[in-house]
Design a protein around this ligand. Sequence first.
Ligand code: NI
Length: 183
Amino acid sequence: MILPIFTYGNAVLRKIAEPITIDYPKINELIDNMFDTMYHAEGVGLAAPQIGLPIRVLVIDLFPLKEDNPELGDFKVAMINPQMLEMSEDEVTGEEGCLSVPGIHESVSRALKIKIKYFDTAFNEHIGVFEGYKARVVQHEYDHLEGNLFTDKVSPIRRQLLKSKLTNIVKGKTSTSYKIKVA
Ligand code: NI
């Protein structure tokens, strides 16, 4: 099922998401819905707060990037209760966008390498070590669970320039190919 995506200005995007327990109802259905919603919106990552749920669940599928970056193409993961363990001091700058912040793309600095603990849908524990673009996407989605958005990380000057665009998103003055829930 495709769900509406909550856009910038919705309070749920600013909450620290809560971990879920093993008896969380219909977790597989929720994750299927998150993947469907993400694919429909042509995104490569989605966190539960973006569909209005303040819980620690995120999905990523980099398959759309496979043609240009074969090494990224098979990176598909659903993470439950992820916990960042390590972030490298080395950072790398790259362009990001977000389905909750339509029409904005900005350069963001991220740790080059990360180590993260998470659970799969069967609640098996995994430790993932990711680098480069994979690490970037995981950090972006993980930030959503902490109530942070990529636009928080741009330079103060860039943020000033973004102000009116962000205000327009809050007011619903934005155009998307997917269904959104305006604040
Ligand atoms: Ni995002």
